[in-house]
Design a protein around this ligand. Sequence first.
Ligand code: EPZ
Length: 417
Amino acid sequence: MKKFLIKGGKKLSGTVEISGAKNAILPILAACLLTRGKTVLTNVPKLVDLKTMAHLLRIIGARVDYIRGRMEVDTADVCFPEAPYELVSQMRASIYVLGPLLVKFKKAKVSFPGGCAIGARPIDLHLKALEKMGASFETKKGYLYASTDELKGAEIDFENVSVGATCHILMTATLANGKTIMRNCAKEPEIDSLIDFLVKMGAKITGKGTSTLIIEGVKELFPVGMEMMADRIEAGTFLIAGAITNSEITIANCNPEHLESLILKMQQAGFEIGVDDSSMKIFPTRKILPVNIVTDPYPAFPTDLQAQFLALMTIAKGTSYIEDTIFPDRFMHVPELNRLQANISQEKGKAKVIGVESLSGAEVMATDLRASAALVLAGLAAEGETIVSRIYHIDRGYDNIEGKLRLLGADIERIEE
Ligand code: EPZ
């Protein structure tokens, strides 16, 4: 079992280069099924979740090659419209292949995604929208058997904002027969990136950047090449790494516009943040001030940075309140941070963080992707040694996080125990 051994208290310095965005690439990989031919994606990081999606595409019949940041997806021989349990249960974004398989093959067999540490993760919004477009579903032994005579354009009003449902229905509607209007869509930057990709393939989409998307179905889409956008959550995680170690570091190859809500909160916490069009720089502060956050859909504070920001607040000079309205159960990092002598109390969906003078190292256990990042950040600040176990969670969404942190001067290594 691999673990991270972190010797805390080190100042960081220098520059970290941010990798491509997992949550932009996952829907784009599924959208490759909408065309026959070779798609070429660049700036693709080495992540377990992307490996899982590549494996799923191979099962469906695509040829997927990944070499040094470049992923090629050849869908010429795609013929098997199935997404098996062992893959879907590992990564719920596998559900994205359902719509493209339906619109291409008129049928699909996809396992229901399970829940995970941060919540139940239902897919009702996805299925209701596909039903409105003409899909019918049967469930048997944990599998969804989907079929349709033809997917048609429809008016879809999402009951609540969902990144996944927005991506999934958007890509499916590009080949549906007729016009689809989607309202109450999520507006995350990863959705803009998916729209750019689909339009480049020949899709007709208007409303980018708004909560109403209008898609005119076309007959065919064509394989293209595209560079993947930078991962705003990785960039935000490293910004907080600079803050929690009170260091001066630069985060390069990122888009600060995607992190306005985090930058504002970091400034309220007393940090000076310099930005230009592709990098951010953080400077040490005399005193970390307590700041309250409430997560909400973009452009509000992202739930994917909640755990990391909470870790920073454990050493603020005062009390802060952290609420996650998107995943109220996303606080598995709290008991682990308290093992590092943080002082956090928690009730449904909210955490009260009373800042302490300093954290002290201990053995802690990662439970989900962003909680693991929060534990690594806390270990960087804690006095003494911190051992983080179950770090397979972190490898799902961060490419060589320990290598990037070591380049900044952190004392962290991956050990086998
Ligand atoms: C995406 O998950 C991201 N994953 C998550 O990032 C991110 O936390 C989340 O969006 C919110 O920003 C990917 O992009 C692969 P949602 P998704 O549908 O699409 C409820 C990470 O750390 N809901 O926007 O699954 C849902 O329960 C991951 O990289 C329904 O009720 O999230 C939640 O409360 C973790 N029915 C809310 O909507 C549905 O059919 C928002 O979820 C779908 C969602």
